[in-house]
Design a protein around this ligand. Structure first.
Ligand SMILES: C=CC1=C(C)c2cc3[nH]c(cc4nc(cc5[nH]c(cc1n2)c(C)c5CCC(=O)O)C(CCC(=O)O)=C4C)c(C)c3C=C
Ligand SMILES: [Fe+2]
Ligand SMILES: [Fe+2]
Length: 346
């Protein structure tokens, strides 16, 4: 039997909600070439001259409004999930964050020192994007090369359409749709449209026509938009919702580029103006509640919706450390890992 370990990876948070820690975190995050995918000198200029002078103060206030006594909700919830999985799975289960602490480098090194031979990297993102999954893969590759580690690293694939993932989402959503509501909004984290084109393996399919994501195509293996629409379609089918009962929008736009549309901020106002009073919002691009769900939707979004004439905005919680989700991950981790691709063969 070879010795194995699991490393769950999520995005990460600042060390504290203080402005100086938020600045350091934003700097590391936004200097990542898979996030701000511009030539190095231009990225440096934008991050240092446009973002860092003002954003840390604004983001720190947002973080302060959702921070928990034991830390950032994203980190605390990922820790709780890890603790529950540790009790179910026979090998060590650790978690790391792509930005901030616990850093991927530290966790991979710590596991390598225990003498494990095989590591399963599980990016906690249902949908592929270069700013999430790809950057985790590249960071793992960098760490392996830097420390000359001969560890076999396998990658858990994205799970946007996996039946068990959809069932876990159904379980957390059901109690909310059983009460009266007018509309369910799927609010996914947005991306610059350019990222979709860059990741398109055919080089020409993504965004070539308005309904490109609705036609089956090999480009969808890395098409974030096609994948998020698939999650919405599968979940609403399971919940038995009609097309007019739900819609999809994209949140958290940053900068002046064109991001995926429609924007959540605009859609919330539109829905209120169309007469929607009781709105449910679900955010399936996040597996754990975080700044983007608790503050952007649960606070700012709610205020905007009510100001535009809506009556209530209810946020459906993320999967977090929900028992059904723990069961699904346990199943995936206990299966044979042979079919998970090896990083050095990808
Ligand atoms: C779920 C997938 C995510 C994608 C895709 C993503 C892309 C992306 N994000 C930014 C910029 C920011 N995102 C921020 C916070 C944040 N983003 C995600 C996830 C995705 N990002 C999460 C889970 C969080 C919350 C972290 C937490 O601590 O709770 C932030 C920081 C906060 C702020 O200042 O608004 C920024 C900045 C870009 C540019 C991008 C794609 C190019
Ligand atoms: Fe983000
Ligand atoms: Fe597409």
């Amino acid at each position: 039997m070879i010795s194995q370990a699991v490393l769950l990876v999520n995005l990460g948070s600042p060390d504290s909600p203080q402005e100086k820690d938020v600045r350091q975190y934003l700097k590391q995050f936004l200097m990542d070439p898979y996030v701000v995918d511009l030539p190095g000198w231009l990225r440096w200029l934008i991050v240092n001259c446009l973002v860092l002078p003002s954003r840390p103060k604004q983001s720190a206030e947002a973080y302060q409004s959702i921070w928990w006594p034991d830390g950032s909700p994203l980190v605390v919830l990922t820790q709780r999930l890890t603790d529950k999985l540790t009790k179910e799975v026979d090998c060590p289960v650790h978690f790391a964050m792509r930005y901030g602490e616990p850093a991927m480098e530290k966790e991979i090194l710590q596991l390598a020192k225990t003498g494990i031979e095989e590591l399963l990297l599980v990016p906690l993102y249902p949908h592929y994007a270069m700013s999430t999954v790809k950057t985790c893969i590249e960071e793992a590759r960098r760490v392996l090369a830097k420390h000359h580690l001969s560890l076999k690293v396998r990658l858990h694939p994205v799970f946007f359409g996996h039946e068990q993932y959809i069932s876990a989402l159904e379980e957390v959503t059901k109690p909310y749709i059983e009460k009266p509501f007018d509309h369910l909004l799927f609010s996914y984290h947005g991306l610059p449209e350019r990222h979709l084109r860059k990741d398109d393996p055919t080089g020409s399919y993504c965004l070539s026509k308005p309904d490109c994501c609705q036609q089956p195509h090999q480009a969808h293996q890395t098409c974030y938009r096609a994948q998020v629409y698939k999650t919405a379609e599968l979940l609403t089918n399971k919940l038995g919702l009609k097309e007019e009962q739900y819609s999809v929008a994209f949140q958290s736009r940053l900068g002046r580029d064109k991001w995926l549309t429609p924007y959540t901020s605009e859609r919330l106002v539109e829905l209120a103006q169309q007469g929607v009073k009781r709105l449910l919002v679900i955010c399936p691009s996040f597996v754990a509640d975080c700044l983007e769900t608790l503050e952007e939707i649960g606070m700012q979004g709610k205020e905007a919706f009510i100001e535009a004439g809506g009556e209530s905005l209810t946020l459906v919680p993320c999967l977090n450390d929900d028992a059904e989700w723990v069961g699904v991950l346990t199943d995936w981790l206990k299966q044979s890992w042979d079919h998970y691709p090896q990083l050095d063969k990808m």
